[in-house]
Design a protein. Sequence first.
Length: 604
Amino acid sequence: MADRGGFGSGRPVNGAQDRAPRGPTHWRRWFLLFWAGAAVYMLHYKWGAIHWFALSDTDDNMRFAQVRAWLAGQGWYDLRQHRIDPPGGISIHWSRIVDLPIAGLLVLLRPLLGGQEAARWACAIAPMLAFGASLYGMMLAVRRLVDRWAFFLAFGIMCCAQASMLMWMPLRIDHHGWQLATLIWAVTGIADARRVRGGLTTGIATAISLAIGLELLPYLATIGALTLLWWVIDAGERDRLRAYGASLAGGAALGYALFGSFDNAQPLCDALTPVYLSTLLEAGAALVAIGSFRMEARALRIAVAVATVSAIGGAFALTQPQCLGRPEHISPELERLWFSHIKEAKPLYAHGWRIWFPTIALSAVGLVGAVVTWRRAGGTAREMPWLVVALLSLFSTALLLWQTRAGPASQAMGVIGATALGQPLVIWTLGHRAMLVRVLGTVAAFVLVSGAFAGLIVRYIPEHRSAYRKTVDQANRRCPTLPALKPIAALPATTILTFVDLGPRLISVTHHSAIAGPYHRGGAEILDVQHSFRAADPEVAHAVMRRHGATLLLLCPGLSESTVYQSENPGGFYTQLRDGKVPGWLAPMPLPAYSPFKLWKLVG
């Protein structure tokens, strides 16, 4: 009987084998088991945070506020957050796609659990749905690219991808987890030997990702370019190219029609607006047209590809020159005072080794694995899919030198290459005659290829934290908590002048409004808060409060944002308030003795 590729066969699932009986036969049952097991662990790990509804990230709090406003009657296409700088609010460049699972869970759970518990569980469960989609796509990708049994190792490595896993943890309801899922599925489509199905998968995943947000645009553009290059190399890939172009254009049009907000009807550069929609429609139509003709001569395919890319790129540059630079379009002052202090927007090397070492470890291992496997696959059907993985791994790892926020995508891509690198090694250790090698060797191999060694080193080397750092960490933990905000939530609803980063938490768990939140479209409001706390003249803050209708001023001394004001403007208004130098137009408000806040009321 012919070998069907049992455990350790090393035979990839691709080409004709993709339609052969697969082992294990019921691998999807393993997926369900892995997903359920991981979900139980995640819920256990985050149980305390779930109980206290600790949406610690600003985007998670804003997402919850957006969903709650929608369910309370705000229009489907109205994505303005009206409780940041009310009544007009600020424009948010997101879409409703990610709101749907959260809202659906809220609607289902409210009759059973009540409002507060429904909110807790909806926000706990929703991110794990994105994890399930990501895990299934990853398991399918490594089955196609590495080995039909490789999903066991891929699951273990994926669980060690700390930066990626944080995007799927309970309460992490922002859009990043879903975008990682779309990136994984785009690669899974590339790995599909069935060309039409693979092209449709990649195109649909790309369209969904862009409808959610543009954060992964560089990765997705690379995938699109390599899909075109694949056709240049192999004329037989025209079916994939045509399916990709049709699903990309159709998906983008549908995504914009269903989820494009009123604000995104403007020619802006930070979301799926008419700027990018027109380009995607042009690109999709061009790829469909190219794939509809047989072009046997490679020189002709090269000429057509170059002409197509030049025409689309040239049209974009000529008609949308404002989008050739930074998509946020923030002013130099906003960049200097606010954006440059965002940790995830800083390069990885700007952080301490406890951050950059675990982040880069899996990415580097995955890059090596992808490059090695690509070179070994030269001349086979797997060459181009592995070239895509290798280039995406290289690109995402290089992006870490620009912004740390590339870490989750970089590690997700690293899982594929690390699995390819580790699979033969683990097979060798498991098949060794010596029990010591089978046990300790397998563990050592996994720790090495998964990048877990970096996390273990960080964990077991003691960290010295100064008293100042401990004070900041304590403020960051205490101020966003429900007990700390409860006395403030009990006050009559009003607009509050407070830190930019505290605004989303304030509006998500109280009935108050804030002047600003950390969103670039609200740059004028951010600068108003920055000027208020940085200026030596208290009248700057006084004027800002009057202009925005704020009647309370709230501080959390020691919060990370406050340290910027303290270090860069030691004589500024924040420092004056912290030290008890309060102008006559503010009157102190009573707070419990345990409160980490300081609160004043506008009286003049």
